[in-house]
Design a protein around this ligand. Structure first.
Ligand code: PGA
Length: 252
């Protein structure tokens, strides 16, 4: 895989676009814009599993990955995709623990099992964490700390080189207001502290942290400049080629 350039810009296409033809023209269009403007930076794009191979074959600057991991072990489990199935068709990274997947029943325990597997297989893994709410009596820093500890419990320290954390406050996903850069910064410091506690300073330094939740072409740059993150995880704005291009350009 080509080295991921920083800031790390990751699109999460979710259940879009409507068909493979549209997905292919999106990537061609995006890369035409990047080439024309001599932008060499790479980007990551998490796409529906069935699009992975075709996009992997045509993309020059894109690192294509999966939005989720449905299965963990090869065998008699109808309809599930394992790390080896996903990576054999070109996925270079996998997102785990997205809140929309957690809402459908994914637990820290099942994320931990999948994460231990993907990291040990040398697959870059983006682990999403984030509190549901920020209320006076809700200790959101502790909530995220617990999520991290539960999901990372059995992974080997040396495998953490393949880990990326995405801080995605659930209340900011799919809405109109992102977290403020101050709110994000506070959480990034807390996540770093937890990582140091879990794996020591040297290993913790190697883990990149992203912010996600209503990132737009207007606010993307401010997170990189002011919120202490190494990159962004972008939903809706990555599903529009002009917006995604503008974000990549604004984060050079
Ligand atoms: P959003 O989604 O950018 O549309 O808020 C972010 C995400 O779900 O990762």
């Amino acid at each position: 895989m080509s080295k991921i350039s920083k800031p790390i810009i990751v699109g999460n296409w979710k259940a879009t676009p409507k068909d493979l033809k549209t997905a292919i023209s999106f990537v061609k269009d995006l890369e035409k814009k990047l080439s024309k403007n001599k932008i060499k930076k790479n980007y990551l794009l998490a796409v529906p599993d069935v699009y992975i191979n075709s996009l992997f074959n045509i993309s020059k600057f894109g690192i294509i990955g999966a939005e989720n991991l449905t299965g963990n072990e090869e065998g008699q489990t109808t309809g599930l995709n394992t790390p080896s199935i996903i990576s054999s068709v070109g996925a270079k990274f996998i997102i785990l623990g997205h809140s929309e997947v957690r809402k459908r029943g994914e637990t820290n325990q099942s994320i931990k099992e999948k994460l231990t597997n993907t990291l040990s297989k040398n697959i870059k893994t983006i682990l999403c964490v984030g509190e549901e709410k920020r209320e006076v009596n809700v200790n959101y820093l502790k909530f995220v700390e617990d999520e991290l500890k539960e999901c990372l419990e059995v992974s080997k320290k040396e495998d953490f080189k393949n880990l990326i954390i995405a801080y995605e406050p659930v209340w900011a996903i799919g809405g109109i207001s992102p977290a403020t850069t101050n709110e994000c910064f506070e959480m990034v410091i807390s996540i770093r502290r937890t990582l140091v506690e879990l794996i020591g300073m040297d290993n913790a330094k190697k883990v990149s942290i992203l912010y996600g939740g209503t990132v737009t072409k207007e606010n993307a740059h401010s997170f990189i400049e002011e919120a202490g993150v190494d990159g962004l995880l972008i939903g809706r704005a990555s599903q529009n080629v002009d917006d995604f291009y503008s974000i990549i350009k604004s984060c050079l």
